[in-house]
Design a protein around this ligand. Structure first.
Ligand SMILES: Cc1cc2nc3c(=O)[nH]c(=O)nc-3n(C[C@H](O)[C@H](O)[C@H](O)COP(=O)(O)OP(=O)(O)OC[C@H]3O[C@@H](n4cnc5c(N)ncnc54)[C@H](O)[C@@H]3O)c2cc1C
Ligand SMILES: NC(=O)c1ccc[n+]([C@@H]2O[C@H](COP(=O)([O-])OP(=O)(O)OC[C@H]3O[C@@H](n4cnc5c(N)ncnc54)[C@H](O)[C@@H]3O)[C@@H](O)[C@H]2O)c1
Length: 448
């Protein structure tokens, strides 16, 4: 039997939920479809479960920092208990999300969605007709196309590990490697990061990453840069990771090898040609309203759209843009100004706005302040030697162009810079704001 909807949403992550709810509220007949349990990456396989594990790592890290400063004793992570704690959050998510959709009158479908025509798709053996469709299918780990790729586990596998193997290799040195390495090392694993790039966390300012490396080295994580993994071989449950580095080939023995080498839009299994949906270089071809340039019934949001940075607040923002364009007609465009991003290492590293390299390339006239501030009270209070910042301020207008932080509270303080950038506040506005003292935010006045 054919079913007909005003809007079908592929996915049930952040982008899907935000858009489906808004459009259903406007009286449209909406269905959402997912092949996995409802909830998407952030709630089930990304931000939230990862940060629950970070909570365990934070306890160990705080104890280690404060040892010799009035704190003694031994602490350790019981991995299976920590995973159980994580599940106390993630396990109820799918049912809760399904209930929310049903309460909003949204039809919930399970299975893999594929286009069968420009105005129809299939989910299993059901044929579905739609007036509009939202592709909110997220991202997937990029295929590495190397021998032994099947031995890699991804973020989903790592966040579900029933026990933590001793020797772990991260393939790649970006967000996932940095965050998972901190968690695993604090839980007792020996971690090696093999990074193709010249340094870790290439999206963040080089000076700040170099300071963060002190913390990464302190916990014994081995980082090998300028090195590309080209094969993984398995023998009797043990792995050898083969890589090519500056000094020639290297081999690293491992009990677990984790894919941390980047993610790309999950659109390859949608049979997009049948839907008349144009793709270029692995990305959907969209106009400024997040609508397909080739099939006007099709919109995209979040990681699948890959229009802004692949982060949860961006998925939510895109979804609001699309919902407005669907219900009111195309007029809203996404605006990614001032999107903060944090890698939840210990301590965290954060950025918002332009990097120094971006600002130079754009030919802007700006002043930069950059300083390692391990002696500031915020860091000394907790015996944390890694603390520093870089800020970029427009010379003419005094507006904040970019802010980069590493150290205690960076994950919270960055939001204030995000507010400043998004709403055009100046360095003077920040200097004349009274922040509660002593908090990380009370350092802002000295940073600009
Ligand atoms: C390990 C990890 C940690 C992260 N941490 C953070 C963080 O701390 N902060 C942050 O801002 N961002 C973080 N991110 C990024 C963030 O999770 C994503 O940007 C966000 O979840 C994307 O949401 P989305 O709605 O676009 O897609 P998703 O939430 O990925 O939803 C897509 C859904 O579509 C479904 N689907 C795909 N194809 C089909 C199909 N053909 N048929 C049916 N269903 C389909 C999938 O099963 C999935 O449930 C992290 C990502 C990872 C991997
Ligand atoms: N806290 C957060 O916001 C957060 C956390 C995790 C993931 N994410 C999102 O998920 C995305 C994916 O994360 P990620 O860490 O997988 O990707 P990433 O893009 O951050 O880093 C991937 C790194 O892997 C390297 N690489 C690629 N192939 C390699 C190979 N064969 N050998 C060695 N190195 C290789 C690349 O040079 C790159 O530096 C991120 O872009 C991010 O937006 C966000």
């Amino acid at each position: 039997m054919n079913m007909e909807y005003d809007l079908v949403v592929i996915g049930t992550g952040t982008a899907a939920m935000v858009c489906a709810m808004r459009v259903a509220k406007a009286g449209w007949k909406v269905a959402v479809v997912d092949e996995k349990p409802f909830g998407g990456t952030c709630a089930l396989r990304g931000c939230d479960p990862k940060k629950m594990l970070v909570a365990g790592a934070e306890a160990i890290e705080a104890k280690q920092r404060m040892t010799g400063h009035g704190v003694e004793g031994t602490l350790r992570i019981d991995w299976s208990d920590l995973i159980r704690f994580k599940r106390s959050f993630t396990d109820p998510v799918p049912e809760k999300h399904e209930r929310r959709y049903e309460e909003a009158g949204i039809v919930t479908l399970h299975g893999t969605a594929k286009f069968t025509g420009p105005d129809r798709l299939s989910v299993g053996d059901q044929e579905i007709e739609y007036r509009k469709i939202l592709i909110a299918s997220g991202a997937r780990p990029i295929p590495l196309v190397i021998p032994g790729e099947k031995h890699l586990i991804d973020n989903e596998g790592f966040l579900e590990l029933p026990s933590l193997p001793k020797r772990i290799v991260m393939v790649g040195g970006g967000y996932i490697a940095a965050e998972f390495a901190h968690i695993a090392a604090r839980a007792g694993a020996e971690v090696t990061i093999l990074q193709r790039g010249p340094r870790m966390l290439t999206q963040f300012e080089p000076e700040l990453v170099s300071w963060l490396m002190d913390a990464i080295n302190r916990i014994g994580v081995r980082v090998i840069t300028d090195t590309t993994v080209d094969a993984i071989r398995e023998r009797d449950g043990e792995y050898t990771v083969h890589a090519s580095g500056k000094e020639g080939p290297i081999e690293v023995a491992a009990d677990l090898v984790v894919h941390a080498a980047g993610r790309a839009p999950a659109i390859e299994r949608l049979d997009l040609e049948k839907g008349g949906v144009a793709v270029e270089n692995g990305k959907l071809k969209l106009n400024e309203f997040l609508q397909s340039v080739s099939n006007p019934a099709v919109y995209a949001a979040g990681d699948a759209a890959s229009n802004g940075p692949p982060l949860t607040p961006v998925s939510s923002h895109d979804a609001k843009v699309v919902a407005t364009n669907l219900v009111e007609g195309n007029h809203r465009k996404p605006d990614y100004k001032g999107v903060p991003s944090v890698a939840f290492t210990l301590p965290p590293i954060a950025r918002v706005g332009l990097t120094e390299a971006d600002a130079k390339e754009a030919g802007l006239k700006f002043r930069t302040k950059c300083e390692r501030t391990s002696q500031w009270f915020t860091a000394r209070r907790i015996a944390e030697p890694v603390y520093g910042y870089k800020t970029l301020v427009d010379e003419q207008t005094g507006k904040i162009l970019g802010a980069h932080l590493v150290g205690p509270g960076a994950d919270q303080t960055i939001n204030i810079f995000g507010l400043a950038i998004r709403h055009g506040l100046t360095a003077d506005d920040l200097k004349t704001t009274m922040f509660a003292y002593p908090t990380g935010a009370s350092d802002i006045g000295y940073m600009v």
